[in-house]
Ligand binder design. Structure first.
Ligand code: 5AD
Ligand code: SF4
Length: 484
C-alpha cells in the first residue's frame, strides 16, 4: 500500500450539519491513516471539498473553490484534490468535473465515505505508476522542474486526468458502522441515527443525493452515545433528514421485540448516565407524534428546543411543496409543544418565492411567523434545483419579487427574535460553555438548553462546563451576560 502517513489534509465543508458530521468522519479516517490536520489550506497535501447542493449559491461557491485548487496543484507535485458530498452524487456535476476540472484527483459520494482511504491509496499508486511510465519515456525533466513552474503544473494536471478515480454509488443498502470521527468539541457530538429521505418535497434535492431512509440499529446508537459519554461528551445532537420517521430494528429482533420509533430512542438515551443534553435535527411536522411532545416534558435530558421547519404559512403552497401538513396542523403542533413545555424555544426554515406563491400566500407566512413567535429562523430564497418537480413548474416567481418578499420576511423575523431575546435580560440561564469565540479572546460562548447563543467573560478552561450566566443584554442573534 502507498503510505499516506505524514500527509497534511484540510477539509472544506459546505452545507448542513449532516455534512459537518461527514467531514468529522472523513477527518477521523485520515487521522487513522497517519495523516495530519493542516489548519491552513495552503499547507495541505490533500484537500477535500465536502459539497452541498441544496441551493444554487452552494453550487457556485463550490466551483469557485475548485478553481482555486488549480493554483495549489501547480505548486505541489503530490497534491491531491478530492470532491465528495451531495454534488458528487449528481451526474451533471461529475460530467462538469470530468470535462472542465482536470486537476481533480478523486470524487466519492455520500454512500461510500468509508472507502475514501482505500481510494486515496489507489490514486497514489496510480500516480506512482504513471510517473514511472513518464520516466521511461524520458519525461523526467518535465517532472523535476521546480515548484510553481508551468510544466510541472501541466504534468501534475495531466497525471490527475490519467489517474483520476470517480467512485459514486446511487444508494446503499446498508449502513457502515464503526467509523471514527474527529469531533470539533470534546464535550458535544453529532450522532447520525438515520440516513436519507423518503419525503420528496417538490423543491428539494436531498432525496436524490442522500438516497432512501435507512435507520441505524438502536443498539449501535446507544453504544456510540455511551462511548461518547465515557469520552467526556455531555451533549449529543441526533442527526437525520427527518428524525421523526426513525424506525430502528433491534439486532436480535424476535417476535416480541418491536421496531423502535424515535420516541423509544429518546427515552432509552435519556437513561444514559453522564449525558446531560439531547438535541435533534431535523423534524418533519407531518411525523411529530403526541408521544414525542410528551417526551419533552418527561425526559430529563431532552432540551426544550425544537427546530421545526414550516417552509410556508400557506396551506396551498404547502400542498404544492408536498409537505403533507396544513398551516392549521402546524399551529396545533406548536400549541401542544408550548402546552407541554411552556418556555420551549422554536426555530424554523422558511422558503420565499416558491413557484406560484402569491402576495396573499406570502402574507400567510408572515402572519404564521408572528403567531408562532419564532426564536430564530433560517430564511431561503427559493432556488430551482435541476431534477426536482418544482424546478419544472411554469409559474416561477420573478427574482425581484422573491427578493422583495425575502427582505420583508427577514425584517419581521429579526424583529421577533430581538424581542424574544430582550425577554431574557435579568434572567439566569445555564450555559454549556463551548470556549472562546476567537483564539485568545476573553469572551467565551456557549448555548442554553433552548439553544440560545450566549457570550460572557470567561476563560478557555470553562469549555465543557455548565456555567450559570445572568443575562445583561438581548441582541437579535445572541445574548450577553455575566457568569455568577
Ligand atoms: N430552495 C430554497 N431553499 C431550499 N431548502 C431546501 N431546498 C431548497 C430550495 N430548492 C431549504 C429548506 C430546508 C433547508 C435545509 O433548506 O427550507 O428545510
Ligand atoms: Fe428535503 Fe423534504 Fe426530505 Fe427535508 S423532508 S430533506 S426538505 S425532501
Amino acid at each position: 500500500m502507498t503510505g499516506l502517513e505524514g500527509k497534511k489534509f484540510h477539509i472544506i465543508t459546505f452545507g448542513c450539519q449532516m455534512n459537518e458530521h461527514d467531514s468529522e468522519t472523513i477527518a477521523g479516517l485520515l487521522l487513522r491513516e497517519g495523516c495530519e490536520k493542516a489548519e491552513d489550506p495552503g499547507d495541505a497535501d490533500i484537500i477535500v471539498i465536502n459539497t452541498c447542493s441544496i441551493r444554487e449559491n452552494a453550487d457556485k461557491r463550490f466551483f469557485g473553490t475548485l478553481g482555486q485548487l488549480k493554483k495549489q496543484k501547480a505548486l505541489k507535485r503530490d497534491f491531491i484534490a478530492c470532491v465528495c458530498g451531495c454534488m458528487a452524487q449528481q451526474e451533471h456535476i461529475r460530467t462538469a468535473i470530468r470535462q472542465s476540472y482536470p486537476w481533480v484527483d478523486l470524487v466519492f459520494g455520500t454512500h461510500n465515505i468509508h472507502e475514501f482511504p482505500e481510494l486515496l491509496h489507489q490514486v497514489c499508486q496510480a500516480r506512482l505508476d504513471f510517473a514511472q511510465k513518464d520516466e521511461q519515456k524520458g519525461n523526467e525533466d518535465l517532472i523535476l522542474q521546480g515548484p510553481g513552474s508551468y510544466t510541472l503544473a501541466k504534468h501534475s494536471i495531466r497525471s490527475s486526468k490519467e489517474t483520476r478515480i470517480i467512485r459514486v454509488y446511487e444508494d446503499s443498502p446498508r449502513i457502515v458502522e464503526g467509523m471514527p470521527a474527529e469531533r470539533l468539541y470534546r464535550h458535544k457530538a453529532f450522532v447520525n441515527i438515520m440516513y436519507g429521505c423518503n419525503n420528496f418535497c417538490t423543491y428539494c434535492i436531498v432525496p436524490y443525493t442522500r438516497g432512501r431512509e435507512k435507520s441505524r440499529h438502536p443498539e449501535d446508537i446507544l453504544e456510540e452515545v455511551r462511548n461518547l459519554c465515557e469520552d467526556g461528551v455531555r451533549e449529543v445532537t441526533l442527526l437525520g433528514q427527518n428524525v421523526n420517521s426513525y424506525r430502528g430494528i433491534p439486532k436480535e429482533a424476535s417476535s416480541d421485540e418491536k421496531t423502535w420509533d424515535f420516541t423509544d430512542l429518546i427515552y432509552a438515551l435519556d437513561r444514559i448516565g453522564g449525558l446531560e443534553r439531547i438535541r435533534f435535527m431535523t423534524s418533519h411536522p407531518k411525523d411529530m407524534s403526541d408521544r414525542l411532545i410528551e417526551a419533552f416534558a418527561k425526559c430529563r435530558s431532552l432540551c426544550g428546543y425544537i427546530h421545526l421547519p414550516v417552509q410556508s404559512g400557506s396551506s396551498r403552497v404547502l400542498k404544492r411543496m408536498n409537505r403533507k401538513y396544513t398551516r392549521e396542523h402546524y399551529l396545533e403542533l406548536v400549541r401542544k409543544l408550548r402546552e407541554a413545555v411552556p418556555d420551549i424555544t422554536i426555530s424554523t426554515d422558511i422558503i420565499v418565492g416558491f413557484p406560484g406563491e402569491t402576495e396573499e400566500d406570502f402574507q400567510e407566512t408572515l402572519s404564521l411567523a408572528r403567531e408562532v413567535e419564532y426564536d430564530s429562523a433560517f430564511t431561503f430564497l427559493y432556488s430551482p434545483r435541476p431534477g426536482t418537480p418544482a424546478a419544472e413548474y411554469g409559474d416561477q416567481v420573478p427574482e425581484e419579487v422573491k427578493h422583495e418578499r425575502f427582505d420583508r420576511l427577514v425584517e419581521t423575523m429579526n424583529e421577533i427574535s430581538a424581542r424574544k431575546n430582550l425577554e431574557y435580560v435579568g434572567r439566569t440561564v445555564k450555559v454549556l460553555a463551548d470556549g472562546p469565540g476567537k483564539k485568545g479572546s476573553s469572551t467565551v460562548n456557549g448555548r442554553t438548553d433552548g439553544f440560545k447563543l450566549v457570550d460572557f467573560p470567561g476563560t478557555e478552561d470553562m469549555a465543557g462546563n455548565f456555567i450559570d450566566v445572568k443575562i445583561t443584554e438581548g441582541k437579535t442573534f445572541s445574548l450577553k451576560g455575566e457568569p455568577i
